[in-house]
Each structure stands twice: as C-alpha cells, then as structure tokens.
Design a protein around this ligand. Structure first.
Ligand SMILES: NC(=O)c1ccc[n+]([C@@H]2O[C@H](COP(=O)([O-])OP(=O)(O)OC[C@H]3O[C@@H](n4cnc5c(N)ncnc54)[C@H](OP(=O)(O)O)[C@@H]3O)[C@@H](O)[C@H]2O)c1
Length: 309
C-alpha cells in the first residue's frame, strides 16, 4: 500500500490534536481525480473544523485530513472523468465534508476542479479557490452587486476581503474597506476607493448609504453594520446568519460551495492581470499547527499557504 504524509486529526480539539502521520494514498472513484498536492491554502475553516464548530453540519470520519484549498497536478483519473487529464495543473476548493489537502495527495470530484491560473505557481494558486469563490458567490450570486453601487467590505486585508475588494472593483462598484492602519496602503492598492481604519474610527461614523455590506466578521461588526445600509440594501454575512430584524433592508448568510466554472472565470481574471493574490506566509506541511495558530489570531494580510513538495 502506498502511503503519504498528511496532517490529520483523530478527534476535535485544540492545535495539539493535529497529527503528522502516514496515511494510505487514496484512489479516485468514478467522477473523481487524484491530485498530487503541491500547495495547500490555509483558511479559518481549517481550525474551525478541527475545533468541532462544523460537526453538526458535516459527518466527519476520523482520521480526517484538514485543508480545503489545493493546487497540484492530476496523477490519476477515475472512470467517467472526461474534462480533466493526467498531468493537468489544477486548483480546487474541495468538499468540506471529505478529506482535505494538508497531504501529499487528495481525491477530489472532477466537478470541483479547474485548471489553475497559468501565470501563477502552485503556492499562489492554492491561496485562491476558497476565498475567491466565497467573495464571488457572496457579491455576485447573492448580493447581485451592480456597477455604481456602494459596497462596504469588512476585513478588506484578509483572505476573503482582499478578493472581494478586487472583484467588486472589477464589477464597477464603489468600494469601501475596513482595515487597521498598517493595511491602509495594501487595501487601497487592491482598488478600494476608501479605507476606514476600524481601530481609529467607528466605521458606522465614516460611511453611510451603502447598497451592500459584506460581513466577514460577525458579532459586533455585524450589529453595527445595519445603520450604514441604505433602504433596500443587503447585508451578506459569511460568519453568522444575521438575526436582527431591521426594517427596510435585506439580510442573508452564504456558505461557499465548490464550483469549477467560477474557478475557471477566476483563473481567467488572474491570468489577465485583473485579480491578484498576496501570500504573506509560506510554511512547510509540517508547520500546519503554527499556520493554524497564526490564522486563528486573525491578522494575516492576504493568505497563508503550506508548501507540500
Ligand atoms: N461562510 C463561508 O463560506 C466562509 C468562507 C470563507 C471564510 N469564512 C469566514 O469568514 C471570516 C473571514 O475569513 P478570511 O479567510 O478572510 O479571514 P482572515 O484572512 O484570517 O482575516 C484576517 C484579516 O481580518 C482583519 N481584521 C481583523 N479584525 C478586524 C476588524 N475588527 N475589522 C476589520 N478587519 C479586521 C485583519 O486585518 P487587520 O490586521 O488590519 O486588522 C486581517 O487582515 C472567517 O471567520 C472565516 O471562517 C466563511
């Protein structure tokens, strides 16, 4: 039996449950591909799954390999796979209920995989799928953001926020982002028309009449966001379903879904220079614990990526 290095968990818990061990290399079944992982993106959902936040949503089997952003090369295809081939360089945000990409190999359904942007190496490609799909599905599919509309993007220097700023700008919206002072120039450089330093000024004092609030923070940030919406505006949260009943505005919660056609469009945007990614931290697979601790501190600019090979 072939084995591979993997970072997995045998139970939910703190960073100490992360285990670096050998697991069998999985085999692709019908409609699936085996990817040789070159890089795995790190996202807050990785440590949230580890801690058990999503255990009522998904039935996890242990040992569970974490990490749901991958860039790599297809090594084998299962029966019925027609769009992708061995040796294709691909990226994906795989199904959260299955084994992830903190490993040398991962099996993913063909319909969750797209050719990666040609202009990027695997480290940078792996930083994109989950965060960019979340921004795309929230702003375009759900909020139906239109040119000229005003959008407030919280945590604009983060993984999701950074893509959201660029995608909203590409759509022709007027973009306002929140970030700490150290990230002001970075967020402006992504295309934001205004950057509010949330540590210096309450954002609700600095912005009004917004069509769309993209809530990547939840809690108090979500509560204070209602007052910046214009009548008919919408608050889209990716952190917690908005519960307040505020007259005259709309609210919704988005949970990102795998989508290869959107990944193809995102790859095209990257290759045509319209969408950039910043990987602030690159670590080896064996440093997954430190990577998750850093992610959970909540102040990384852009993305963290584990380099597997
Ligand atoms: N529902 C879904 O499908 C979905 C998908 C993806 C992510 N999420 C969730 O969305 C959240 C954001 O994800 P992410 O990957 O973007 O996180 P992230 O990259 O870890 O976010 C880090 C950023 O947050 C900023 N930040 C921290 N506190 C802030 C505040 N009070 N106001 C404004 N910015 C603040 C930091 O900037 P400063 O250093 O400048 O403070 C930092 O750049 C996480 O909770 C994640 O689990 C949900």
């Amino acid at each position: 039996m072939r084995t591979m290095n993997s970072i997995c968990i045998h139970s939910h818990g703190g960073p100490e449950v992360l285990s670096y061990e050998k697991l069998p290399v999985p085999s692709p079944k019908a409609g699936e591909v085996l990817i040789r992982v070159h890089s795995a993106g790190v996202n807050p959902v990785d440590w949230k799954v580890r801690e058990g936040y999503l255990k009522d949503m998904f039935e996890y089997k242990f040992p569970l390999t974490l990490g749901w952003d991958v860039s790599g090369v297809i090594e084998a295809v299962g029966p019925g796979v027609s769009r992708l081939n061995v040796k294709d360089e691909v990226y994906s945000r795989p199904d959260l209920s299955r084994n992830g990409a903190y490993a040398e190999y991962i099996v993913v359904r063909e319909n969750e995989v797209a050719l990666k942007p040609k202009s990027l190496d695997h480290v940078h490609a792996a930083s994109i799928p989950l965060a960019a799909l979340t921004a795309w599905q929230s702003l375009f599919d759900t909020a139906e953001l239109k040119p000229g509309q005003r959008v407030l993007i919280h945590a604009a220097a983060g993984g999701v926020g950074g893509f959201a700023v660029q995608l909203a700008k590409w759509k022709g919206a007027y973009v306002i982002g929140t970030a700490s002072g150290r990230n002001r120039d970075y967020v402006s450089g992504l295309g934001a028309d205004e950057v509010i330093d949330y540590q210096r000024v309450p954002f609700e004092d600095a912005v009004q009449n917004v069509d769309v609030v993209f809530d990547t923070m939840g809690g108090d940030t979500q509560e204070r966001s209602w007052k910046v919406l214009k009548p008919g505006g919408i608050l889209v949260s990716i952190v917690s379903p908005p519960e307040a009943n505020v007259q005259g505005v709309r609210k919704t919660f988005v949970f990102v879904q795998p989508n290869f056609t959107q990944l193809m469009e995102i790859a095209w945007l990257v290759d045509s220079g319209k969408l950039k990614t910043l990987v602030e931290v690159i670590m080896p697979l064996s440093a997954a614990r430190r990577a998750q601790e850093l992610s959970s501190e909540g102040h990384v600019r852009g993305k963290i990526v584990l380099k597997v090979d």
